[in-house]
Design a binder for this molecule. Structure first.
Ligand SMILES: Nc1nc2c(c(=O)[nH]1)N[C@H]1C(S)=C(S)[C@@H](COP(=O)(O)OP(=O)(O)OC[C@H]3O[C@@H](n4cnc5c(=O)[nH]c(N)nc54)[C@H](O)[C@@H]3O)O[C@H]1N2
Ligand SMILES: Nc1nc2c(c(=O)[nH]1)N[C@H]1C(S)=C(S)[C@@H](COP(=O)(O)OP(=O)(O)OC[C@H]3O[C@@H](n4cnc5c(=O)[nH]c(N)nc54)[C@H](O)[C@@H]3O)O[C@H]1N2
Ligand code: SF4
Ligand SMILES: [Mo]
Length: 738
């Protein structure tokens, strides 16, 4: 086994690029091209290429840490650390009740870990107070997808459909920096004669590739989508037959759009009426078209309505649930999709079931061997949970997130974390949040453990262990197993990921995200399987009509029958029973997942961002990412090559705004909001609107963008408004006190 390459997937983003890992003599791994995975065909971005750097002992944690009487984190044995956590959680529960113990998870956790964490909260701790960082990520798109289609799977089609479509509108998405290998799908779209439209207040590297770039004022995507729908109606481009046969609610949505005149929309968004008309023409003329959103329009206090408005545009023009057409959300974290399906969300049970649905509770309680009435109800959303630390929630178990850097209004969140009676953090590195913990547990990483993730395509993938973890670290599953045992639950928390997955299959069976037909064997042999994949016993040969055109079209789907070439043509490979469900690369082609099978229009109207600029705070701040850093930077800031490429925070400023401020390139600039202040060097560029500044959020300390952001929440998704708040800029003199 040594020195042979293990095919697996990247530890970082939701593209989940395929890669091969080969062990090296010094105990780490070498990354090499894995051309058989169709999404990236071997290509990797710098983060994926350099991921093994984090396996080195000098950057990661290799011993549990416990805070001593003097307040210092010192190495401790596993037993000591686990006993301390179990003792503190028990004490909190006895003194303040089960809801005084909180759990915070992450979209980077594998399905097995996310599932087990949700089960641990409900079964062992009995707390309703669990949520996770995915709330900050795609929750608005998820809420809008469920409203309109009855189901939330980020992309309802594989990425390989993109180049064959006629037009793609990318709304607030910068894949050139956030998923570089996926850019190929958009360049192929253009090569095939399709059109790429990018909507972003900045002329990003992605926007530079576009046939048309619209640069709206941050926080106005809802008005923009309504203006486009208005024009679709006014120009007679509504697909009346589709609307009649496949949707409900059109009249109200139509009336709402008619109130958004193009000239009014131009005033709100800054996008001119001719640009709006051109967008409608490019979107409506081809036979097929797509709208893909990412964090730009979603991370707003009206993100759910905003995505709803873009879905309405797709529905009115007959561009959803048809081949090469549809609405999709580009999910972000490594397991951003699977992490939102199996119960680490406040209102959820595995299989994307609802915690307040009696049938769902009964089903999952049976799998877990507990009384349905013992399961707590829905708890608080991520920001609300963090805001309650030190008051209602006295102890917190945190796994795979670094909210001190990544949460909105981060100084306040940091203060709340410090106010806790007890904090335990499981991480691979000493993140800014782990540094505040009472106990830190060092865990294994992707190359050292097996598990499944579900990519942004809805494709369930197997990440395989390639090397043995160093002494001193344990997996998250082992941690939960040990804590459960110490809290009196001896059974039901296995440490073997495949055993967890087998249980997850049963727990998800019959739910919206049904994994029951998926096995590790199939994942390994088939390069992943798209959910839903129920374990149905169907007559052989009757594949479900997953694609218009039935079985023929399914042959196009990335589900190779036998990539290893071991099975004679026409025979079923051994790992798949003859009647196995093939998985569902494409959703909604026959019907939507609503009770009547029709998609639902939602009537939405424009509203302002929660904090509009005024005399005191006259400039808009938006935030996002750069290619070489990942999220809170806890991992990538420890990789020399990435740090050299993106060494620190900056403020993107238009030359006109910079001139008014008297700031030159590289000068430190203070950005001040009602929440706080951040200082970073100016990066002067005409690529941004003159009324807006941009900061990446990857750094702690003085340049922390989240010192500024507004935790105003979307009423449905509870997503904070990371993408727009009011700030003022101040030149920082040489005499600044620091
Ligand atoms: N390098 C890198 N890659 C990553 C990550 C990372 O941290 N670093 N994180 C991963 C994760 S978890 C996620 S969620 C994805 C995120 O992927 P993206 O959504 O592509 O990333 P962002 O930079 O947050 O936002 C995208 C764009 O939205 C624009 N924007 C800002 N405000 C608005 C607005 O009001 N309207 C519109 N239309 N656009 C706006 C920004 O200018 C930015 O270019 O990336 C994943 N990949
Ligand atoms: N201003 C602003 N803020 C934002 C955003 C924005 O666009 N603008 N985007 C938001 C979005 S979309 C997201 S997703 C969040 C992300 O922000 P965070 O939740 O902070 O995400 P990460 O920085 O990825 O933190 C993951 C942590 O878990 C650790 N880790 C990795 N794998 C594992 C594992 O398997 N087990 C354990 N126990 N730990 C692990 C890593 O070392 C790291 O410390 O940030 C949000 N914050
Ligand atoms: S694009 Fe995402 S999955 Fe692919 S190599 Fe880069 S970080 Fe990894
Ligand atoms: Mo995200």
């Amino acid at each position: 086994m040594q020195n042979t390459a293990t095919p697996t997937h990247c530890p970082y983003c939701a593209l989940q690029c395929g890669m091969n890992l080969t062990p090296t003599p010094d105990g780490t791994v070498e990354v090499s091209e894995r051309a058989d995975f169709p999404v990236n065909r071997g290509a990797l971005c710098g983060k994926g290429r350099t991921a093994p750097a984090l396996l080195a002992r000098n950057v990661r944690l290799t011993s549990p840490l416990v805070r001593d009487a003097g307040g210092t984190l010192v190495p401790a044995s596993w037993d000591e650390a686990l006993d301390r956590i179990a003792g503190e959680l028990r004490r909190t529960r006895a003194a303040h009740g089960p809801d005084a113990v909180g759990v915070f998870g992450g979209g980077g956790l594998t399905n097995e870990k996310a599932y087990t964490l949700g089960k641990f909260a409900r079964v062992v701790l009995g707390t309703s107070q669990i949520d996770y960082n995915g709330r900050f990520c795609m929750s608005s798109a998820a809420a809008a997808g469920i409203k309109a289609f009855g189901l939330d799977r980020g992309l309802p089609f594989p990425l390989e459909d993109i180049p064959k479509s006629g037009c793609v509108i990318l709304v607030g998405s910068n894949p050139a920096e956030t998923m570089p290998p996926s850019l190929r799908f958009f360049t192929e779209l253009k090569e095939n004669g399709g059109t790429l439209i990018v909507i972003d207040p900045r002329r990003t590297r992605t926007a530079e590739q576009a046939d048309l770039h619209l640069a709206p004022r941050p926080g106005t995507d809802l008005a923009l989508a309504l203006g486009l729908l208005h024009l679709v109606i006014a120009e007679g481009r509504v697909d009346e037959e589709y609307v009649r046969e496949r949707t409900t609610g059109w009249e109200d949505a139509r009336a709402a759009a008619m109130a958004h005149w193009p000239e009014y929309v131009e005033r709100i968004t800054g996008v001119s009426v001719p640009e709006l008309r051109e967008t409608v023409r490019l979107f409506c003329e081809p036979e097929s078209a797509m709208v893909l959103t990412a964090r730009g329009p979603e991370q707003q206090s009206k993100g759910t309505d905003t995505v709803g408005a873009w879905i309405n545009l797709c529905l009115a023009t007959g561009r959803a649930g048809r081949p090469l057409s549809g609405y999709g959300c580009l999910t972000g974290q490594g397991n951003g999709q699977g992490g939102r399906e199996h119960g680490q969300k406040a209102d959820q049970l595995p299989g994307y079931r609802k915690l307040d649905d009696p049938a769902a509770r009964a089903h999952v309680a049976e799998v877990w061997g507990v009384d349905p009435d013992s399961l707590p109800g829905p708890g608080r959303s991520a920001y609300e949970l963090l805001d309650a630390l030190g008051t209602d929630i006295r102890s917190l178990l945190l796994m795979a997130s670094n909210p001190v850097v990544s949460a909105p209004r981060a100084a306040h969140v940091e203060e709340r974390i410090r106010a806790l009676d007890f904090l335990a953090v499981c991480d691979v590195v000493l993140s800014e949040t782990a540094a505040l913990a009472d106990v830190v547990l060092p865990v294994t990483q992707w190359a050292e453990e097996t598990g499944t993730t579900t990519s942004l395509e809805g494709r369930v993938l197997l990440r395989r262990r390639a090397i043995t973890a160093p002494d001193g670290v344990r997996s998250d599953l082992e941690v939960l197993h040990e804590l459960a045992a110490r809290l009196g639950v001896e059974k039901g928390f296995p440490t073997d990921p495949e055993e967890v997955f087998e249980e997850l299959r049963r727990a998800s069976a019959g739910g919206p995200a049904d994994y029951s037909g998926i096995t590790y064997r199939r994942l390994a042999e088939e390069n992943g399987v798209f959910w839903p994949c129920p374990a149905v016993e169907e007559p052989a040969g009757s594949l479900p009509e997953a694609v218009d055109g039935g079985e023929d079209a399914l042959l196009d789907a990335p589900l190779p029958d036998d990539p290893a070439g071991e099975t004679p043509a026409g025979e079923t490979p051994a790992w798949r029973t003859p009647t196995a469900h093939p998985g569902t690369p494409r959703l909604f082609l026959d019907r939507f997942a609503t009770p009547d099978g029709r998609a639902r229009f939602v009537p939405v109207s424009h509203r302002a961002i929660a904090e509009e600029p005024d005399d005191e705070y006259p400039v808009l701040l938006t935030t996002g990412r750069v290619v070489a850093q990942y999220q809170s930077g806890a991992q990538t800031r420890r990789v020399a090559e990435l740090n050299a490429a993106a060494p620190g925070p900056f403020v993107e400023i238009h030359p006109r705004l910079a001139a008014r401020l008297g700031a030159a390139e590289g000068d430190p600039v203070a950005v001040v909001s009602r929440r706080g202040r951040a200082v970073a060097p100016a990066r002067i560029t005409t690529a941004i609107r003159p009324d807006t500044v941009f900061m990446p959020f990857h750094w702690p300390g003085e340049g922390r963008a989240n010192s500024l952001t507004n935790p105003a929440l979307d009423p449905t998704s509870r997503m904070p408004e990371f993408k727009a708040c009011a700030v003022r800029l101040e030149a920082v003199g040489e005499d600044r006190a620091g």
